[in-house]
Structure formats: structure tokens, C-alpha cells
Design a protein around this ligand. Sequence first.
Ligand code: C5P
Length: 230
Amino acid sequence: MTPGPSATPSPNGQPLAASQICVALDVPTLLDASELVAQLVPMGVTWFKVGSSLFCREGPEVVRRLVGQGARVFLDLKLHDIPHQVALTVAAVRDLGAELLTLHASGGSEMIGAAAREAGSMRLLAVTVLTSLEAALEQVVSLGKQAVDAGAGGLVCSPQEVAALRQALGDQSWLVVPGIRPEGDDAQDQTRVGSPRSALRDGATLLVVGRPITRAPNPIVGLQRLLSAS
Ligand code: C5P
């Protein structure tokens, strides 16, 4: 894997860079995804998230095609199964060329360890408690630490959890953070949002942004707005 962003955030006050954003490709078809990648890679965006809906519609080809266009792919499948089955799936995703893959921390240390043994240079990101569920911060931190100890290379977490997790985990683990909106923007259906600046200040490694870019009348303008508003 070529070097990505270091897990240590940019110092306070540094402008947000396009390379710190992972664009969530929550679009219906490979063609839509491919057009967004073609527009945004020349703007300096390198990371793109493929979720389960696009993956189930278009299949593994979506990862191969986007990687072929120069995208670094974060495959958000949130795996949760017995260790043997998860290990087989991780090996399959690794062979597709994805560089980030999610799995549930609640699958346990054995599941995460089995996944890590098959991950190669791909980084596994654990999801602690879904943001659609209630969770105490202590529970998120405890599950997150267990996942990292078992072999996860980082976590997906909400903007409100970044500071506590960065403190608990140190500098090496990636903290990948969705729920990002430019200051003062519409939160849409996100309940726990944060601005790019505050998430980076708290210790985020990579910011996942979907609709502010993908649903903007012009995605390049959406990206520029996010970068200048941060
Ligand atoms: O469009 P928006 O910026 O809200 O997209 C955020 C992306 O991050 C979506 O793909 C969503 O599934 C994902 N995500 C999230 N909140 C979580 C975990 C993942 O919004 N807690």
C-alpha cells in the first residue's frame, strides 16, 4: 500500500486538503461513481468510499474499475460473521485492490484477529457502535481499544468521539470520520455532525463526506466549498 495520510492530524490552523477527504460514493450505478471519480481525482481527492448498496448493485467490478481510475477504495461492508467466514471475505476484498475495509468491533477479538491475518497491506477499520444506536462514550472507547488490540488498523467514529479515541489509542490508529458538514450547513439526516476543522483538530485521519459533494449541483464546487469553509 502506498503511504496514506499519517494518523497524526494536521496541526491546528492548516487548511483542509482534498487528500484528507474520502468521498462517499452513495450513488446508484458504477457509471455515476466512475464519473465522480473522474471529476474529483484531478482535484486532489484520492480516497473514495464504496458502500454496500453500490457494491451489491454493481458487484466487485466497481472496486476494480475505480482502482483502475486511480482511486484508493474504502469498501464499507461492515463485516460481522464467524472468524473463518470473515477471513475468507477479507482475502477476497484484499485481492480486489481495496485499501480500507470495515468490520464490526462487536464481532470480537477472534474475528478481528482472523481478519487481520488475511488483510495483507489493507487496513481494517472497526465500527464500534452504530450511530443509529445509543452508546456511552466509554463503551465506544472500550470496544475501539479491543478492536485495535486484536489487529484493526483504525476505527470509524463520529466527530464527537474523535478526541476521546485519539487520546485512548495514541497516534498510530486511523480515525475515519463521517458526519462531516461545513460549519453552518444542513445536517440532513446526520444527528452527530462536526466541521472538518474540529474533527481534524481532535485527531481525525480521514473525513468521509458524501452529499455535500455528491449532491452538489457541481461536485467540484461542492468540494471547493467544503475546503474553503473548513
Ligand atoms: O452524505 P453523507 O456525508 O452524510 O455521507 C456519509 C457517509 O458515511 C455515508 O456513506 C454513510 O453511510 C457513512 N456513515 C455515516 N455515519 C456513520 C457511519 C457511516 O454517515 N456512523
